[in-house]
Ligand binder design. Sequence first.
Ligand code: PXP
Length: 257
Amino acid sequence: MAKLCVNIDHVATVRQARRGSEPDPVAAAVLAELAGAASITCHLREDRRHINDADVERLNQTLRTHLNLEMAATEEMLGIAERIRPYMVMFVPEKREEVTTEGGLDVAGSLGRLKEATHRMKAAGMLVSHFIDPESEQIDAVAACGADVMELHTGGYANARGEEARLVELAKLVSGAAHATRNGQRVNAGHGLNLRNVLPVAAIPNLVELHIGHSIVSHAVMVGFERAVREMVEAIGRATTLAERFTPEEILRQYSA
Ligand code: PXP
């Protein structure tokens, strides 16, 4: 069964609306752990629009599970990761003007730079993940970089309109995960997942973690953080049971809203 990794960035987004101290993303991360999250992610952006440097340090000191630090592979961020040393560094593309991470990394197109950054992080004792679109060329490039993990971008699936379009995007994730597994790589997935669309993705064989943030924080505003995390853990568990009898595509047709 895939494990849930909770991204707590948007707890910090609410805090930054008033530039005060609440809600505290570290407190939310602890509640997420109590509710069954297997790890916590935060994205330290160049513009510090939500998570800040002190949050990363506090999370790293406080968590009982693992901290995954999502970041661009810039000199500034590499230096911060070397100093704080979270469990895993997750390289993502980053544009100042984007609302959220828009696409996967072009690992194949920046192999030299990403290979060097990956080796630097591994030498400092961290696992390294690359966030990529589910394409064979990128999956093989992650292996060529020596990264330990990849995260398949589920945004194309989450944003697809209509069942047929979603099936096409789901098939890319299924074959991407199978390709990576044949290579012996560890695969996570995430972006845009919510309680309505998570079942088919959670039923894809060999996914280790699902990384989910915005929908959990949104639901938490209505029902509380622990309950929002618990409901997502339960949905992933339900998908695991369904996957014993159905393919991800069948689950999409029958169970996904
Ligand atoms: N994975 C990556 C690499 C991301 O950039 C994000 C968004 O910060 C997520 C997963 C989580 O996406 P969402 O907030 O849409 O669940």
